[in-house]
Ligand binder design. Structure first.
Ligand code: AN7
Length: 352
């Protein structure tokens, strides 16, 4: 049974007597050792942190449970966020769980089907704006102040606090910190959170070293790599289609302090990693998540990763969020067959 992160890591979180210990069962996600991809790349100690196994299918639940618990403690009446999809699903779910109305601003036409379905199902008020995520976040910040709503984007410091618990879990499972932590970067809240988590776990003397933080943006949405905001970000990985990350500075700090790297990967590399994860490992993640693996492969190719090292790639969200993409790029689409053994036998002659 999962107690949720507020109960499991209470000593490391900003909780008071008054903070409600709410949970939808977030956290405690699997760390799966790679089999075939590890062999093909020649890096035996490769692991995937399956954040898609959280209650709404992404890592956002860890931050959201903390942010919503704090909002309740402070008698908040309403939640608001801008989102490329996963934040809105998590906000809507925890809002519904606690009976707090939730407003989400999303960039029109740029949110994966499953994420919109979640926000609808949980009963959020969804406002689809004619603008990108960066514009939506700008507006959400203004509305939050004007209408006295709690902003639950990762600018909200409680979000980062909750998300850092994934680092604790990785260290507990491995018995030490990994040598490298590879993670997709969008608004840069999560890389900030993981780095804080590793540092706190080391300060508590549970680990003696911290990993190099390797963050990866999509090539068409790589402001941190380029060193300037991107006005019209483009990438197939809609979750990280972000041109002006809110946690830019702390992402750079994580990179510098850990002797890490922030690089970009092309959509082609992202899709290739997305397919390899599904077909070689049986792990179906969303394209933004595959950026961590695409980046790790690129870093390995550039000799930036020692083959004996332990490497954790964070797979931030489940592939079921974006079912359309899986169908669009299928090498082996659905085949219709007559309902006879003869027809089936013929169809199965070409099973491989
Ligand atoms: C699957 O939901 O920004 O660098 O509004 O959904 O912490 O932003 C999502 C981001 C990676 C990037 N992987 O994390 C949102 C949103 C997935 C994501 C990221 C997101 P950050």
């Amino acid at each position: 049974m999962s107690l949720g992160i507020l109960n499991t890591y209470s000593e490391f979180l900003p909780l008071s007597e008054k903070t409600p210990r709410i949970s939808l069962g977030e956290g405690g996600t699997p760390l799966v050792q790679s089999e075939r991809l590890a062999k093909s790349l020649g890096i035996p100690n490769l692991f995937f942190k399956l954040e898609g196994c959280n209650p709404t299918g992404s890592f956002k639940d860890r931050g959201m449970v903390m942010a919503v618990a704090n909002a309740i403690e402070n008698d908040s009446r309403q939640l608001i966020c801008a989102s490329t999809g996963n934040t809105s699903a998590a906000a809507a779910a925890y809002g519904a769980h606690c009976g707090i109305p939730t407003v989400v601003l999303v960039p029109k036409g740029n949110v994966a089907t499953g994420k919109v379905a979640q926000a609808i199902a949980y009963g959020a008020k969804i406002l689809s704006i004619n603008g990108n995520f960066d514009k939506a976040l700008e507006l959400a910040q203004i509305l939050a102040v004007d209408l006295k709503m709690t902003l639950v984007n990762s600018i909200n410091p409680y979000r980062i606090e909750g998300q850092k618990t994934a680092s604790f879990e990785i260290c507990e499972r491995l018995g030490s910190a990994p040598d490298y932590l590879c993670i997709p970067v969008g608004n840069a809240g999560n890389i900030t959170a993981y780095w804080r988590g590793f540092k706190e776990w080391k300060d508590a003397e549970f680990i003696s070293s911290t990993p190099k933080m390797f963050g990866f943006q999509a090539e068409g949405a790589a402001p941190i790599v380029l060193g300037h905001p991107v006005k019209e970000p483009q990438t197939i990985a809609s979750a990280i289609k972000i041109g002006n990350p809110a946690s830019w500075t702390t992402a750079l700090e994580a990179c510098a302090e850990s002797n890490g790297l922030i690089d970009s990967v092309s959509d082609e590399e992202i899709l290739s990693a997305y397919k390899s994860l599904a077909r070689m490992e049986g792990i179906f993640c969303e394209p933004a998540s595959a950026a961590s693996v695409a980046g790790m492969i690129k870093a390995k190719r550039n000799n930036l990763i020692n083959p004996d090292a332990s490497i954790v790639c964070v797979l931030t969200g489940t592939g079921l969020k974006d079912p359309d993409l899986a169908s669009q790029i299928a090498d082996r689409p659905l085949q219709e067959v007559e309902a006879t053994t003869e027809a089936l036998s013929i169809a199965l002659q070409s099973i491989n």
